[in-house]
Structures are given as C-alpha cells and as structure tokens.
Design a binder for this molecule. Structure first.
Ligand code: GLU
Length: 320
C-alpha cells in the first residue's frame, strides 16, 4: 500500500467514525420538521402537537417549518434533498407519499427512493362540509343542487386526498363541481368560512373546531365508518355506496439517514403518540393512532400507492 492510499483510507475511516459518533449523540441541536402545507391545515395541526411532544422526548427543540404549495410536493422535495442527518425531517401524508406521484406532472422527488421511513403516526377521516349559507343539509341535497347550478369546492391542493375526495365524489355522484386548489386546508378554510367558496373537502383535525362551532356544516365523512367524534354525521358512502378516502400522517427522513438516527426519531415519535394529551387530542379528531415501526411505514407507502392508483384513474383526477 502506498503512503497516499494509506492516507486516503485513514481519512475515509475518520469520516465514517465521525458519522457514527454523530449518530450516537443525536440530537445535539434543534430538529426542523417540515410541514408541506400552510398553517391551520390538518398536517400543521397534527404536526405541531407531535413536534411539541417529540421535543420533550428528544431533549431538543423540534421546530415546525411550513413549506406549502404544489399539493405538498414542494416541502417533501425540500426534505428529499436535505442533508441525511436527521436534523431535517418531513411530516408526510397520503398526498406526498401516494397521491402526488400519481397525479402531479412535476415530480420533484421519488417517494420511496428519496426517503427513510420513520413512523406512520395517524390515519384521519376527511369530511365534506359546506358554508351554512348554502342551505343544504345532506349529501343528496348537495348532489341535487349541483345538478341545477354551478358550484365550486375548495381543497388543500392538486394531488391531495381532498382533491381526490372531491373528484371521486363528482365521478360517483355524476355531477360537476369546479375545483379550487389552495396551498393547504388553512387558506381553503378561510375562504369557505368567508363564503367565497361554498364547499370544502377537508380533514377532521382542521375542520372539527369549525363544525363544532357551527360555522361549517358537515354533510358526510369520507371513511367507511362514521367518525366517533361526530356520530350524527353520516358517511358519504351511506349515499354513494363504496365511496372511501382518508388521510394519514407519517414521519420521513431523507434517504441515507443513519439507522441509529432513524431509530432515535422513531422512539421519540412512538413515545409522543402514547402521551395522554396526544391520545385525547387525536380522539377529538377521530384520528386513529398507529405509531408504527420504520419497516411498517415502508410497507404502508407501497400498499397505499397500489391502492389509490386505480381510484385516481377511475375518478379521472386532473390538475386545475
Ligand atoms: N389538508 C392537509 C393540509 O392542509 C393536506 C392534505 C392531506 O394530506 O390531507 O394540511
């Protein structure tokens, strides 16, 4: 071995050892949790609750950064390209890791190859709700009204489960509705509450407080079972049999993040989801806590991509 080769081997070993030591000491500083939607949406609501409890578990701040736009793909793309050291992680959703890749023409990341799964956190129902001024009380009344006049619905963006919920609804009900995409449910809610747009498909974590206050009227939940927190709200499937959508939230790190770092993040996330306050907040949203292993999340992403592909094709989901 030449002295140069020996020197290069020594340098490579030093880099490896520094990386291993860094992984063992993780986290030594604040972690940034990228929320790929605007503030006030479901991903933001769930993300902030989880970030607070993970901060306590990790002994370092988990700082939320909202990077909305393009159905969550801008924020997800940012994390895909971040340093794989665990200090930049993503609150992913069914949008970023199953639907965007099926619906969007611009694909700024690969949902499988570019990420290290950390933990599937929750599965949440979506809801069809209207501004009370619209004067409809049921899913059937909304369908009848849409047959007699042009109506629009707001969603958290192209390629999101709320976009899919609206397009699947149109296709199964045999009606037309104009889709108005926003950078997240936060700004979409603002316009529906202000009656600029009469209808919204939203997730229960962001819509619940407005439904409870009476400022939004929930016509139907998108899951096959009614939501325990709103037992009087029917499922859309009670009017349109077979209708189903939902959302989930999961943590992802960039691909190449050391296994010890992924394990530390997973441990903190699982502990956060077992916290009594988190359990009670999630119950209030009818969100089902999963708190999976990284391997289970990897399998979940693959299953969800396969599940939604025929639905996206059948509902003919297009960009607006
Ligand atoms: N509605 C969500 C939000 O604005 C994003 C879409 C989803 O994945 O459900 O946070």
């Amino acid at each position: 071995m030449t002295p140069i080769t020996r020197l290069m081997q020594g340098a490579a070993l030093a880099v490896l050892m520094t990386g291993a030591a860094a992984a063992q000491d993780f986290p030594e500083r604040a972690v940034t949790l990228v929320i790929p939607f605007a503030a006030g949406g479901s991903t933001d609501v769930v993300g902030r609750i989880v970030a607070e409890k993970m901060s306590a578990q990790l002994g370092q701040q988990v700082i939320v950064q909202n990077v909305g736009g393009a159905g969550g793909s801008l924020g997800a793309g940012q994390v895909a390209r971040a340093e794989p050291d665990g200090y930049t992680i993503l609150m992913g959703t069914v949008a970023t890791h199953a639907l965007n890749p099926l619906i969007l023409t611009q694909k700024p990341y690969d949902p499988v190859a570019d990420f290290a799964p950390v933990s599937l956190l929750v599965v949440v129902p979506n809801v069809l709700a209207v501004n009370p001024e619209l004067g409809v009380d049921t899913v059937q009344e909304l369908i009848d009204l849409a047959k007699s006049e042009p109506l629009a619905y707001a969603s958290s963006g192209n390629g999101t489960p709320l976009h899919l919920s609206g397009e699947l609804f149109k296709s199964m009900a045999g009606i037309d509705l104009t889709h108005i995409p926003y950078q997240g449910s936060g700004p979409a809610l603002t316009d529906v509450l202000g009656n600029q747009v009469p209808i919204i498909f939203d997730n229960l974590p962001s819509a619940s407080s407005h439904i409870a206050a009476g400022s939004l009227k929930a016509l139907g939940v998108t899951t096959t079972e009614r939501a325990a927190s709103f037992p009087d709200v029917p499922t859309i499937a009670e009017t349109l049999p077979g209708y189903e959508t939902y959302t989930w939230n999961a943590l992802f790190a960039p691909a190449g993040t050391p296994a010890e770092v992924v394990a530390a993040l997973n441990e903190a996330a699982v502990a956060a989801m077992a916290d009594a306050e988190v359990v009670s907040r999630m119950e209030g949203f009818s969100a089902t806590i999963v708190a999976s292993s990284p391997e289970e999340l990897g399998a979940h992403v693959a299953a969800e991509m396969a599940k939604w592909e025929p639905v996206v094709t059948e509902a003919d989901v297009r960009l607006d």
